[in-house]
Design a protein around this ligand. Structure first.
Ligand code: CA
Length: 379
């Protein structure tokens, strides 16, 4: 390499200076930076999400993690109480993010974040996004908040116990132990855990409200009512016959949606505002469900009553595109072949399931694709 990289660096220097990064800081930090081929490799090979909901939950909400989390919670009781009092986020919720993101600090990531971000900003996908993060990382150094070699994280630049990108660090990291520095990387997790709580709080967390509850749907329930954002009040859902899976009352938490994370043969969830807050940390619905469920388990809650069927999983984007193409060719118009779930794709899948005598939940599961491929082969 890397005339190309050096040329890019020259341009970057100008853009950084326009953004109030001092030339001396830029030169000190960036002069020795070389692109990291590993990082591009990781981005290219980033696995599509292919675990079933059941397998994903088995890994993220394992008995071992629940035990480990409860132990860490006792060890950090005073700290967590202080954080809950300051930010209005339950200790179990903070613990859940800590557990899922880095195994309670056991795995902060092995990459030097500045070279990793420089690699992605120069030659990866989503360059503008990563350049923004790189400049934020330089600003952290310029402010004297961390030295470059202290800033370790994932290949994609997510740093510290809570895997904060540099822009999130700037906006949400806090100095909770009062030593004058926001340290989300150190062995003492005080600042990092408070920063997680601050992030969650600023995105609208409501203390004392659940993220969601497992519910039972009545026979003949119209599955087209399910999906994130198809909101009704708890009272409206109750009027439709939806009940708490463990026969408990559900308080009125405002707008609620019903999710079927693994289709109608698996557990049904009613989710509330706090579920959307978790999605601000990571947009995957299965991630948000795992965070919420792990927090419930830390608090002594029970496993899902109904559980999730073996093998059933959501289709990858590429696979969903294939489903859309095949359905559209059969005359079940999905109004677009983009690999994204929407109401038109859901109703096309439902119509297809009905035509096959299958349960018509509109769930974009692997079974749908398998059946479509069989039909294409004359099955
Ligand atoms: Ca501190």
């Amino acid at each position: 390499m890397n005339d190309d990289f050096d040329t890019w660096l020259t341009g970057l220097r100008e853009r950084a200076l326009e953004r109030q990064i001092r030339g001396s800081v830029f030169d000190r930090v960036m002069s020795a930076v070389q692109p990291l081929p590993d990082v591009i490799e990781k981005q290219v090979r980033q696995p599509e999400f292919r675990l079933s909901v059941r397998d994903y939950l088995d890994i993220t909400v394992s008995e071992e993690r629940i035990r480990n989390g409860r132990l860490k919670m006792r060890q950090n009781r005073t700290l967590l109480n202080g954080i809950e009092a300051e930010f209005g986020v339950e200790a179990v919720v903070v613990m859940s993010f800590w557990g899922l993101e880095t195994g309670f600090g056991a795995n902060l990531g092995a990459f030097a974040v500045i070279p990793a971000l420089a690699t992605l900003a120069h030659g990866g996908r989503r360059r503008a996004f990563f350049e923004e993060e790189l400049i934020a990382a330089l600003r952290i150094v310029q402010m004297g908040e961390a030295q470059p070699d202290h800033m370790v994280g994932s290949w994609a630049g997510a740093m510290g116990h809570g895997q904060f990108l540099p822009t999130s660090f700037q906006d949400f990291a806090v100095d909770f132990d009062g030593d004058g520095r926001r340290d989300i990387w150190g062995e003492d997790p005080s600042d990092a855990l408070a920063s997680i709580a601050h992030y969650v709080s600023k995105h609208g967390w409501r203390l004392g409200q659940p993220w969601g509850v497992e519910v039972t749907l009545p026979d003949g329930f119209d599955h087209s009512l399910t999906g994130l954002g198809r909101n009704k009040s708890v009272a409206e859902w109750t009027a439709l016959g939806v009940t708490h899976a463990r026969q408990m009352p559900i308080a009125e938490y405002g707008a609620a949606s019903i999710l079927l994370p693994a289709g109608a043969r698996g557990a049904a969830l009613m989710v509330f505002r706090n579920f959307h807050v978790i999605l601000r940390y990571n947009r995957a619905e299965t991630y948000a469900m795992a965070i919420g469920h792990l927090a419930d388990r830390f608090a002594g809650g029970k496993p899902f009553l109904r559980g999730f069927p073996e093998g059933q999983r959501v289709l990858s984007r590429e696979e969903l595109r294939e489903v859309q193409m095949r359905l559209t060719n059969m005359g079940l118009d999905t109004r677009g072949i983009d690999g994204l779930m929407g109401p038109n794709t859901a109703s096309a899948i439902r119509a297809f399931q009905k035509s096959q005598g299958a349960f018509a939940d509109g769930f974009p599961g692997i079974c749908v694709l398998d059946r479509l491929r069989e039909i294409a082969q004359g099955g």
